[in-house]
Every structure is written in structure tokens, then in C-alpha cells.
Design a protein around this ligand. Sequence first.
Ligand code: ADP
Ligand code: MG
Length: 899
Amino acid sequence: MDQALGPPEKMADRREDLTPMMAQYFELCEQYDEALVLFQVGDFYEAFCEAAETVARTCEITLTQREDSTGEYAMAGIPIENAESYIDRLLDAGFRVAVADQVQDPEETTGVVDRAVTRIITPGTLTEDELLDTERNNYLAAVAVEGQIGCAVLDISTGDFYATSANDPETVGDELGRFDPAEVIVGPDVPEDLVDSYTVSPFEDEAFEGSRATEKVGEYFRAPDRLLATDAEISACGAVLAYAEYARGGTEDRLDYLNHLTRYDPREYMLLDAVALESLELFERRSVRGHGEATLAGVLDETASALGRRELDEWLRRPLIDPDAISDRHDAVGELRDDVRTREQLHDHLRDVYDIERLVSRIGRGRANARDLRSLKATLDVIPQLREALGDPECEKLRSIRERLDPLDDVRILIDDAIQEDPDREITEGGIIKPAFDEELAELRETERTGKDWIDDLEVTERERTGIDSLKVGHNSVHGYYIEVTDANLDRVPDDYERRQTLKNAERYYTPELKEREDEIIRAETRADDLEYELFCEVRSTVADASADLQALAAVLAELDVLVTFATVAAEYEYSRPVVVGPDDPAVEGIHIEAGRHPVVEQTQASFVPNDTALDDDERVAVITGPNMSGKSTYMRQVALIVILAQAGSFVPAEQARLELVDRIFTRVGASDDIAGGRSTFMVEMTELADILDHASEQSLVLLDEVGRGTSTADGFAIAQAVTEFLHDEAGALTLFATHHHDLTGVAESLDGATNRYFETAQTDDGVVFEHDLTRGTADASYGVEVAATAGIEPTVVERAREVLADETGQPPGETTRGVRTNGETTGRGESPRQSDSVGGKPKDEPGSATGGQTAAHPPDGEGADIFEEIRQADIATMTPLEAMNLLATVQRRLESRD
Ligand code: ADP
Ligand code: MG
């Protein structure tokens, strides 16, 4: 990659001889040697020499040769018209792209056209709509160490700007994980592993340096040291702003729309670290994009606008921890849920809202065209309608939203007066400003119009004057206006006609008066076009002055959209209003959910079985057992998602939920459940576990799913037991622990505040059926053999396995009791009697007799017996589907070889 950057060596060798254009290219490459320079030549962006090869390869376009007086160069060009798709590929390949545009009209120069870098495009500084995803923010982050660790996060395309800091790298890492930045820049001394899962771009250390950073922040915000809490934050903010300026290349693009910076403390929100965000599948994350999996945000996404869509993610990734703020949101959701008409009207109007955050950012940077202003005006038109639809709301939240829905009449009227209804896309060629907006413009357009009218009439008057019926008046771009007379009529041409052009069968003329009129039209038109551009820039800049108000309006619209969305979802999927109280409120202790559902799984499952949850001081830890596929993981995630939804301000999929605030959710999903994520080592598992044990408190909810899988059974059990005891005795966290280590149920029984739950399974003729119903107590059969039967393992094999199991546990094979023990009847570790359940209640026959119409012999000695032994020893509860299939294949192969 490096060799493609910087000026091409080949040109360096003959630097003195380069043609002026190549010299310009060389210089720009030298100046922007960290980027790939795309050099405008007419309708193309070109790259030369090594860079051309890179571009051709990455973008899959043809490499050509160019020859000039100084030699031959490889060249690759991408069409400007759809440059974005190619630039996207270059970014994906890890390049920064410096776009060098022609900044001079080729007609205005005889020499080489001036070019300048107008944009440096990097993953975190995108502003081009074509390169951006409307549904998510595109964040650039800076991390700085300055005493503490500071973190600044900026979306240049929307103006969203946040800063925070912490003493420990973990907290900053968690915050980064929430923002999921597209690009990160780091100052000196930033621990590498803090940012190693992101695209890290090199940037000058000086930008992070204290006084430089303070000065930079000061250019945008008054009193940086009061706005921001720590030097580390100032350093990060200064650097992020410097990088944003760097990205605008050599232009003077204004960035003063970046006038709103939110400084926050991570402790103001429920903490969800990257591991939790991922395992709870809240939304698609950049790191796992293309997963295409159903997510919570996907289910909830009834938003009407791009503003609302991004805000929804924001609310989910930052659930609140202030009970009053939460209940304010719930009030609004409830009111909107109950008022279908209002809700639907609001939704319809919100659909007419453009992405004004990004509009305002373009307006602020001076990159908006007249259509953008019209879109802004169309959005402002919606505001009174929204206010009317809201009517006179009951709750405080909706009243305040109504109050804050300011239609910004000045801006709206200005745009409406100035900008044409359906303006041109270009802003330098007229067709964008209403003539009535400006007296001079009106006069110029009038002159233009009367001139054109006169010319329109000319054909008739000249035909009359000359008597030539075929005489035509026309216009072409090279010669301008002309009067055309066919050769047959040349004798009737009057004296004042001057020849302009000769055609095959006709002559073209002009008259002094036509010429005069034409000049007048051109003068007026050119001046009017220029004037329109000037006026447009003035209007745009006036609108930009209101960017703080516009951004505040965008925030209100986003908030309203999410509340309407929550209300719609609550009505559509029958969610109920949760009660959420602070830790000091005696009204609720712990987590109490009646008939809770998993919001995402219930959408895909024909019949979802609701389950209850009760965790409180008496029972803070619940150990959940049940065979594979019985619903353990789903259940645990469902509890976490209900808590997140509730604290984000949404209603929840449950009949009733009474919740004490949770300030942090920890999740740890056992190694083999997480293979898709590519993190399957025992080490990762233990590192994350250590983090949980370090940080879990009484306000935390901890989900442990099959922890201890990554190692041997004995180790795994030992770790699981120790962890359970610690969480129970020391941390006091609300904990759900799903495990296949059946023995762990004994541990729960021995602890005061721990309890056992298990998933019911039912026996039918077809084998085990998962009822997904959680029950107090423990099921002591592992059901492994029954799962094998359900999976379709040869019946004789299954039958034999039952016998072996029965032999081993001393349980007669005919015994059909459901292996259920209730809490209290403690069985110590390792003593748990195994039981096999009968199939469909049919008593089992003697070993080796026929079952299900299949005749099978006694398991033969030798080879065959090994198979049974192997199956018996297989720990189905911990196997991956692939391992199970491999085992099955082995069995089949061996059975075949016996025939
Ligand atoms: P486990 O973790 O015990 O192996 P999962 O939670 O992964 O089981 O659930 C396995 C499958 O069972 C899920 O993919 C889902 O389709 C289904 N399932 C889980 N819980 C329920 C439920 N409460 N009601 C209906 N189906 C469920
Ligand atoms: Mg599971």
C-alpha cells in the first residue's frame, strides 16, 4: 500500500522536465503524501504511475498508458460522475483519498488549469451522501492521554459531537464500543489495545498537545476549560477538530456548524460495553456488518425519518439511569400508544422530514445547493402540522416537545422568498433564485426576457419584411442567433443582413439589431447568473447562522420520532409499561417480570412461550439448566433486553415488569456459542470474566451463558462454581447463569441467595420436545440421549445408549419418572443419579429387543461396542452442531462397514 503513496519515483527522476500538468500532479502528491491523490482531468479523476496501478487494481478498472514529451506513464481514471462508488472501494482498501479538483475554468487560462485538494476523504470524515449510511452515525473518534484518558467523538456529517474521559482504559474502551467509530486517531501514549479493533489513522501528535488543542477548541467554543472537564478531553477535542479541518483539504469550508458539544460522564447512562452490545444483538455493528441478523433495533424500527432512525440506536445504546427521565419517556409513549390518531398523524408528518442534521452540516460547510435549502424549507413546513397533530398533550414530555417545535419562520420565509420551487442542481448557472427576490435580478431577467421575446417575434417580422416564407430564426451555441435563408431565396436578402455562416443549401445572417439584442441578452444573463450565485451564497450563509436552532430542532424531531416509534411498537406487539425505580426506592427490589418475551425471537417464532423472572435480595443468583436448544440463552437475553428497553424509555414485551434500575449489564457467552464472532479462546473468556468480577456491583445485571466451556469439564466446573460464589457473596450482582454443568445446581442450592431454574422438556413418541417453559427447581437428566434420538440417530443405537446409561446409574431402564428434583433436596456434586426417560411412556423392552419396528441385534462386541461407548461419552450438551454431525457420520460409517 505504501508504495502507491507520495510522488511517483519515475517522475522524481525527471522532475525538471515534467509537463506543467504532471508537475502539478507531482507537487500535490508530495504535499499529500499520506493520501492517494485523485487528479481531475476533465470528466475524470486520474492517478498515474504506481498510484494508477493501485487504483486500477482496487477499483477494477483498466490501466492505460499516457505519453507526453517527457515519457510514458501508467494512468487510471475514474469517471467523476460516479466517483463515489470507486472512492468507497479505495477507502475499504485502507486508503485516504485526496481529491484534487480543477479550481479554474479551463476557458479562463491558456496554460495548465489550477487544481487544489478540495477534500481528503477518510472513513471517519465522510460527508458525501452517497458514501454515508443514512441509518447510522459515522463517527470519527480521538483518544488522548493527558493525566486521564479522554475521548472525543464527532460525526462531521451531522455535527453530533461528544466528549468524555475516565481514569481507566476500560471505561473509555466501553464508550468507544458504543459509538463504534469508523475511524480513530490517537495521541501519544494511548494504549494500543484500546483501539485495535478500529481503523486507526496516523495523525500528528502536535494536534493533541495541550495549548494547541485548547486553542483549536477555542476557535469553535467559548471557554473550553469550562465546557470540558479534563485536559484529556480538551486534547481529544482539539485533535478531532484539527482532523476535521485537515479533511477539508485546501478549501476554506466553514465548520462553524460544529457548535454543539456534549460533555458527558459515562456514569450518566447504563453501561453497555462492546461485548454486551454484541451478544445482546441490539443493532448491527460496524465490526460485524453484513451479519444480516435480526436485531432489537431492527424489530423496533418504525421510525419515519433518518433522524429518528439514528436517535433510536442512540437511545438503545445509552439507556437512562434517572428514574424520572425514564418515566417521562414512558408517559409520552403511553399517551401516544393510547391515541392512535395522533400517533399516526405524527408518523405521517415525520415522514416528510428530511435529514436536516446532514442538510445543516452541508449548509454550514457551504456545500449545500438550492435543492438542499428547499428540502430544509419543506421540513420546516411540517413543523406547524406536527404541532397541530400533537394538540394539547397531557404529559410533560410531549408538552415540552410541542414547545420546542419552532418552525423558524425567518429561515423558512427567507428560503421561500429567495429560492425557486424546483431549482437547478448547479448553483452557478442560474435557475435557483426567484427574480422577485432582488430588484436588480428582476431587471436583468426582464431584460433577458424582453430580448428573447423580441427574437421570438423576429421570424414573423422578417418574413413579412423580406417576403421569404421559409426564413427561419435560430440559435446555436457557437454562433449565437442567426437568420437562415435557403439558397433559392438569396436574391431577396436585404442589405442590412450580414453573413454569419454558410451551410450546404442555405446561408445564415445576422442584423446589427439582432446582434445588439443578443449581446444585451448575454450580458443580462451572465450578470444574472452571477448575481444568483452571490445571492444564493448570502441566503445560505444566513441560514447557516441559524444552524444551532436548526440542530436543536433536528434533536426535537428525532426525539419525537423515537417516542412515536416506541408507542407504535407497544401497540403493535402488545408491550406493557414497566415500572422502573431507583435503588433507594423500596417499592421494587431487583427484577420482576411476568410473562416476559424475547422481543426479537418472538417475531420469528410461531408460538413463543413467555417466562417469568424474579431476582431480588433473597434470590440474586439464578442457575438455569436445561438441554441444548431448550431456551436458556434466549431467556437470559430476554431479561437483559427488557431491562434495556425499559430504561431506554420503551414499553416492554411482558405482561408486567417491575424493575430496579440497573447501571450496567455484563454478558459473557461461553466460547463455543461465540465461534461466529471469532473469539473462541478460553483466554478471551477468562479475560472478560475477570472484567465482570472486577466491576460487577449490586446495581449490575450479569448474564453468564455456558461460562467455562473453553476448558476441560473439571476446570470449567470449578471456575463456574467459584464465579457463582463470588458474584453471590462479594459482588451481590443480579446474576443469571445458564449452564450445562448440571452439578452447578448443587452450588446454587448451597447458597442462600441463589436458586435453580430449569427448562421443561416433554417426552413424546417423537422424542424430546422443548417446551421452553422455565420452572423452579432442577431437572437432573441431561436428556442427551433423548436429544440424540430427536436428532435422528439410529434407533438401535439410541436404545442401546439408554441401556448403558441405565446400567451405569443402576436405574432400571423401564423406570419412567421425570427426573425432577425440587429445591432443597440437595444432591452433592458428582452424586447426581442419572435417569433416562422413556419414550412416549412405552416401557422399554429387554436389551436388544425390537423397537419402533426395527429389528436390531445385541450390540456386538468389539467394534460395535466402541460406537456405543463413544456415544455414551459424548457430552451432547456442550457439543457444537458440527461436532454432533461428525460423530453421527462416524457412527454411520462404522455401521455401514459392519453390514
Ligand atoms: P439454549 O441456549 O438452551 O441452547 P436457545 O436459547 O438458543 O437454547 O434456544 C433455542 C431455540 O429455541 C431458539 O432459537 C428459539 O428458536 C427457540 N426458543 C427459545 N426460547 C423460546 C421460547 N420461550 N418460546 C419459543 N421458542 C423458543
Ligand atoms: Mg445457549
